[in-house]
Design a protein around this ligand. Sequence first.
Ligand SMILES: [Zn+2]
Length: 236
Amino acid sequence: MKYDYKIKYSSRKTLGIRISPEEGIVVLAPYRCNKIYIEKLLEEKNQWIEKNYLEILELRKYMGDRNNIDNIMFLGQTYPVVLRYSSLKKSSVEFSENTLYVRLNGILQFNEDNRIKELKTAIKTWYLNSAYIILSERTLYHAQKLGLKYNNISIKNVKSRWGSCSSKGNLNYNIKLMLMPLEVIDYIVVHELSHLVHMNHSKDFWDHVEKYMPDYKVREEKLKSLSHEVKIYWKF
Ligand SMILES: [Zn+2]
């Protein structure tokens, strides 16, 4: 086996392989499994491992070090983060000329843990504010064109869902949408707004989406293909 791998023993009955950006190649083995069997499995699955592992290495380039935030993803693009220090207690974040400038209190230079914590908090707050501005604007825009009325919008840091719509007409969006290109964000907005008309994923619902946004399937595909990358990239 030409790649490094880890073995995790447990009470499971069969051998398995798991490949993830966080852990690399992990062989899941029953307790007291002979290493010969593990090597044999790795040989058999060689092609599959190679293909998946190379994809993971690609993804790892995006991930970088989880504590080293030298770039951000915003609306489908990557921008550098420039860190500066000031005498002000409060941190500030400003996006200008395709760069995210973060100013932290100078004292944080001397404490690595606190610096990273504050840097992440400051950037997350900036994402949250940007999400409110952009998603409020996009929702209002599409709602007016669709002739729909909604109640409130809220932004949440949730794991799986990109958006949801309650029966009271409240729209919830995932903060990680800010990493997606605008055409994907617009699709989610239109999708959730369409739930104000059809509270399900029936044919009528999809017809409603398609009538207004004929290329929604392309956008949905884009959302799917970027989901993994975005979730890995999110460090906040
Ligand atoms: Zn839906």
